[in-house]
Structure formats: C-alpha cells, structure tokens
Design a binder for this molecule. Structure first.
Ligand SMILES: *Cc1c(COP(=O)(O)O)cnc(C)c1O
Length: 387
C-alpha cells in the first residue's frame, strides 16, 4: 500500500456465504443489490462474488451503475431503478439491462427508444404500495399496466417483472407490512388480469427475505444481509449466521503520553482526567467517521476497546488508550465482523472490535449510511478476489 492511511478490507468469501445463507432461508432467487458501489464494498468484485455464489440478479440504482457492471464484463441480469426525467434509455436497452418503470412518461420513452433501435426493451413495472417514492399507485397503476400491455403486444416492450418495496420490513407481522403485502397482491392481480405474465415478481429486501415469508415471491433483493448485517440485530451476530464483509482498519500514526488536564482535539471539549496515552488515527469525518458519535464511539486497539475522545476532525481523531503499551504503527480496527476478541469474541460484545451496526447506533443512523459513508480515499482491499 503506497501511502494509503486506512483500508476497508472486504472479504468476498463472506459475500458468497451470505448469498448462500439468505438463499437457504428465503428459498427464492436472489438479487444482489450493488448500488452505491455495493454499499461502499466495490460493485464489480461484489457483483462477481455474489453471482458466483448463486445470486441470479444484480440490482442497481442508475444506468451509470448498470453500464459500469456491463463494461466490466458482467453478464448476469441487471435491474436499474432510478432514472433521469429525460433519461435516454438506448444504452440500457442495448446493454440488455432491465429498466424499472414507474411512470407513463418513462414507459413511453422506453418504448420509443426500443422502437428506434428495433430491439425490445425489458421492463419491470413498479407499484407504489406505501413508500410514496417511486412506483405507480391508485389509478396510475392500471393505466401503466394497460400501456405496458399495449407496447408488449406491439413488440417494443417485454414486461419481465412486477415489483415493489416495503416501508418497514424489519417489523414482520405489523399491520403496516400485512397491509402493504395485500396492496401488492392486488397490484399483481391487476397486472395479470391485463394479461401481463411477469417472469419475476419481487417485493422483499433483506429484512423481508429473512422475516416476511409472504413477501418472498420469486426473488428477494438483498443489500444489508449481503454485506453481512442482520436487519433484526444490526449490532450483534443475529440468528442467521451472516458474516459482516467489511473491516475498516488503520494504524496509529502518533502516540503521546499526556498528563491529567490535557485538552484533546478542537474545542477542546475533552480534557483528560488522568495521565494517559493518546493514539492518533488518520481517519475522520471525511472518511465516514461521523462527528455525531462523540462520546460513544470506540475502536479496537491493543486487544481492547478504546474510546475516541474529543471531536472527530475531517481527517483524524484521537483514541484514549489509557495505560496500554501502544506503539507507532499498531493496528486499529474501527469496525469489523466482531470476531477479533479473545476466543473469537462475540459480535457486539465489548470483548471484540465494534461492528458497523454499533457505529450506526452511535451515530444515530442505520448501518447502510455508515457503510456507504466510508470515503473514497479509504483504500478498498478485496480478499478472495477471483476474476
Ligand atoms: C437498497 C434497496 C434494497 C436493499 O435493501 P436492504 O434493506 O439493504 O436489503 C432493496 N430494494 C430496493 C428497491 C432498494 O433500493
């Protein structure tokens, strides 16, 4: 590593194991959701590892992300679901990427592009069943379905999928989830009554794949679980045996012994209450360590958890190592699978390094935001990389 201050080590064997684990529970096809550079894990290597382990689809947000996978030579089916209002669908059609369609505007422009190309476009119609984001709801849905059927009859469009997304799948059995599932069923009935014959019907994200059987249909779209975080127990090991894929690590770049009463970092709001050893680590909020974790966050250093003290700066923060014998260059694990502790440790326990779920709790957010927030200057290092 030339001059890199920190690295996110991505264990691709964990990605493969997680695909097999979720498939074993859900017993459906799986779409590996690799949007946002695979939640910061690296879209191309993660996509390859997921497909090799049996994922049948890849899911991305945008045409840019979809085409990058095709350029890398990935041939698995891809669904792309968020498009510019004036998106030119030509490239997606040519690259045989499925286009999620929520509006008539997009459906007309997809059909137009397909007609010009002389190649049918493959689309997946999205119903809005409660998020009020993308997807068609109310009377717009039957209208979208009717137009899609018309284009299908003409040969410009093939409707390969009907799908939607739940608002709170982490609460299986809740009235809200049950209601949304039945709204989806109704949307599907309307599509089938209009003679659409979707090959893939899908509704479930990770939480639904693992916890909402009635939402599973043909395919589950997994993000969080793919990366090894249990949606029902994000700070701990969970009950499915998922393996967190990312370890964020760096090393101590400065060490000093300071007396009681020493101010630490900007402010300073933190003053040492005893003589202690402070270790500087070269990671800050520009790298994804949120300032909002102040007074809560800790890292794994010298075989124990040591708190981050004082304000996290843009590029660096200070760890209070107490009386631990810390040396320049010692490894610091910011988060990982939670297995570093004695005897393998137990994720979420103080006897091992923090998990990404704990960082999310400290920051008052979800693990998705922590993973996608790891900055671009943190080097990604992939273990078990195959081409
Ligand atoms: C991000 C995303 C997912 C993955 O969700 P997880 O909760 O991380 O499994 C699934 N479907 C859609 C439409 C998404 O945008």
């Amino acid at each position: 590593m030339s001059g890199q201050l920190a690295e996110a080590v991505i264990d691709l064997s964990a990605i493969g194991d997680n695909v097999r684990t979720v498939a074993g529970v859900a017993r459906t096809g799986l779409m590996a959701v690799v949007k946002a550079d695979a939640f910061g894990h690296g879209a191309v290597p993660v996509a390859r590892a997921a497909v090799r382990a049996g994922a049948t689809w890849l899911g991305v947000t945008s045409s840019t992300e979809a085409l990058a996978l095709r350029t890398a030579g990935i041939r698995a089916p891809i669904l792309s679901w968020l498009h510019r209002p004036d998106e030119d669908f030509t490239h997606l059609i040519t690259a045989r990427v499925d286009i999620a369609v929520s509006t008539l505007t997009h459906l007309h422009s997809v059909a137009g592009a397909a007609t010009r190309l002389g190649t049918p476009a493959t689309v997946q119609l999205k119903a809005d069943i409660g998020l009020s984001r993308n997807g068609a709801n109310g009377d717009d849905w039957p209208e979208l379905v009717a137009w899609a059927r018309k284009y299908e009859a003409e040969g410009s469009v093939r409707v390969r999928g009907v799908w939607s997304h739940l608002t709170n799948a982490e609460e299986p059995g809740s009235r809200s989830v049950t209601g949304q599932v039945s709204t989806f069923r109704e949307a599907l009935r309307i599509a089938r009554d209009a003679c659409l014959t979707p090959e893939v019907v899908h509704l479930a994200n990770s939480a639904a794949a693992l916890g909402v059987p009635e939402a599973r249909y043909d395919l589950c779209r997994i993000g969080l679980a793919l990366y090894g975080v249990d949606p029902f127990d994000p700070t701990g090991p969970g009950r499915f045996g998922l393996r967190p894929a990312m370890t964020l690590r760096t090393s101590v770049v400065n060490v000093k012994r300071v007396p009681a009463g020493s101010g630490v970092s900007y402010g300073p709001e933190h003053v040492t209450d005893r003589a202690t050893t402070l270790a500087l680590i070269p990671l800050g909020y520009a790298d994804g360590l949120s300032r909002t974790t102040e007074d809560r966050a800790s890292v794994w250093l010298g075989g124990r958890r040591c708190p981050i003290v004082g304000r996290i700066a843009m590029d660096q923060c200070v760890v209070d190592a107490g009386d631990l014998p810390v040396a320049l260059g010692d490894e610091v694990v910011v988060f990982g699978p939670g297995a570093a502790g004695a005897g393998g440790g137990a994720p979420g326990a103080a006897a091992a390094e923090p998990t990404v779920g704990e960082w999310a709790r400290w920051a008052g957010t979800n693990p998705h935001e922590v993973m996608t927030g790891i900055g671009a200057r943190v080097a990604r290092v992939h273990l078990h990389l195959e081409r």
